[in-house]
Design a protein around this ligand. Structure first.
Ligand SMILES: [Cu+2]
Length: 432
């Protein structure tokens, strides 16, 4: 691990450790929300290279419909997404249609050992109201409201390389900041300016070592002071190195575990407000119906559901006044790759492997697979954490397993259908 990764990990733990909301994976379903789960769009390398154009921009989230209090109509809140396509011959826009994807739920970049990931990265994010951002009054942070960003490939063992005169591309270098020129020219700061400022676009060239372990990783922005806001507004995606079959075989068919029976899930969460007033570091500020609280508050909802509350991929905002904000009427959504409470049918004889990443800003997930028929937890086998295979000796205490999981942003687990089952069943996720 490089020092870059250590620095990063401590920052991430602050985000994740702030609150704990229980989420479960349930069988059966029968909810209006329970559309079938769709794996994230994949951009795969060819002949050792994945060469893409990636644009960070605002876009309404079609899979989240927020109905404000006393309203008949719903709002699709504005997320920030990565629009991605194979790099066109020229220009900083993805041609519409073929190969262009920009889902709130994120894409998956499928890489192999020895590949090079090339990204022409463009910042088209909107400005943020400075009164609704923390850290804008910190030393050197007067430009945060202009929404500078960058990308970091979390978990990838790759050099943290800055550009040089001879090579203008960047490796996974978290100190470069890319500004959208539409948001104004950044004002020079006398302190805390750790790396180069680049306007609008930058080229990354990120090598994957030929001996890199196969596994599940993710990517996200890494500009200090605003990365949390950007992640919870939607900016994240998955990276896979190699295949599950590199390490795992099935039991009924003793061959490489087939890619077709592997699912990829990125747990995303977003806080959507009802019109009112929210307390920021700057003091109370007015907010509109459907506005995203990207300066997340871990106390948005009660930690557990109220007696008449059913949580299916969201929880209701609570009133924390007078000490905190009144979030009544708002909702905190917990999605699986952007989908709220999807249904996941499982039919393969060897079961499925689920690769789960979390892009959470202010919570950690406590995952269970629950049988809807009897409400009981079901057996799953944890096979890897952060791309590293795990072997848990028999009688490992639950607390040890929870500690291992809590230090992690990526899991893989195996879900097997019961041998006695003759019809297909389904699983869905919910927060409980
Ligand atoms: Cu990270």
């Amino acid at each position: 691990m490089t020092s870059k990764h250590r620095t990063h990990t401590s920052a991430m733990h602050q985000w994740i450790g702030a609150a704990s909301i229980a989420a479960g994976l349930a069988c059966g379903a029968g909810s209006a929300l329970a559309a079938s789960f769709v794996d994230p769009p994949v951009l795969a390398s060819q002949n050792g290279v994945l060469d893409i154009l990636m644009i960070a921009k605002a876009k309404p989230i079609p899979t989240i419909s927020f109905t404000p209090p006393h309203s008949q109509s719903s709002i699709n809140p504005n997320g920030w997404v990565y629009e991605v396509c194979k790099r066109p011959p020229s220009g900083l826009t993805c041609p519409s249609g073929s190969g262009t994807v920009s889902p709130y739920g994120g894409v998956r970049l499928a890489l192999q050992q020895g590949d090079t990931l090339k990204v022409r990265f463009v910042n088209r994010l909107p400005k943020v109201d400075p009164s609704k951002l923390n850290h804008v009054t910190d030393p050197g942070q007067a430009n945060l409201f202009r929404n500078p960003t960058n990308i970091h490939t979390h978990g990838l063992l790759t050099p943290a390389r800055a550009a040089t005169v001879g090579d203008p591309t960047f490796g996974d270098f978290v100190f470069v900041t890319i500004y959208n020129s539409a948001n104004g020219v950044p004002v020079p700061q006398t302190t805390h300016q750790h790396g180069p400022i680049v306007m609008d676009t930058v080229d990354y060239k990120i090598p994957v070592p030929s001996n890199h372990p196969s596994g599940l990783l993710w990517f996200h922005p890494h500009v200090h002071g605003i990365a949390l806001n950007q992640v919870v507004q939607g900016l994240s995606g998955l990276i896979t190195i190699g295949s599950v079959g590199d390490n795992v075989t099935g039991d009924s068919g003793n061959v490489r575990f087939p890619d077709a029976n592997v699912r990829h899930m990125l747990l995303k969460e977003i806080q959507v407000l009802a019109a009112g007033t929210v307390n920021f570091d700057s003091g109370p500020q007015p907010v509109a119906n459907g506005e995203v609280l990207n300066q997340e508050d871990p106390e948005f909802c009660a930690p557990t559901p109220g007696s008449h509350e059913t949580r299916q991929g969201s929880c209701a905002g609570q009133n924390n006044s007078p000490d905190g904000s009144d979030f009544t009427g708002g909702k905190w959504y917990f999605t699986v790759s952007g989908q709220q409470f999807p249904t996941i049918p499982i039919t393969a004889p060897d079961g499925e492997i689920w690769r789960i990443g979390t892009a959470a800003g202010s919570l950690s997930y406590d995952l269970q697979l629950v049988n809807d028929a009897n409400g009981r937890p079901m057996v799953v086998q944890l096979i890897a954490i952060d791309g590293v295979a795990v072997h848990l000796p028999q009688d490992t205490p639950m607390g040890s397993m929870v500690r291992m999981g809590a230090a992690s942003s990526g899991w893989s687990l195996v879900r097997r259908p019961r041998r006695s089952a003759t019809r297909s069943r389904s699983a869905s996720t919910r927060s409980s």
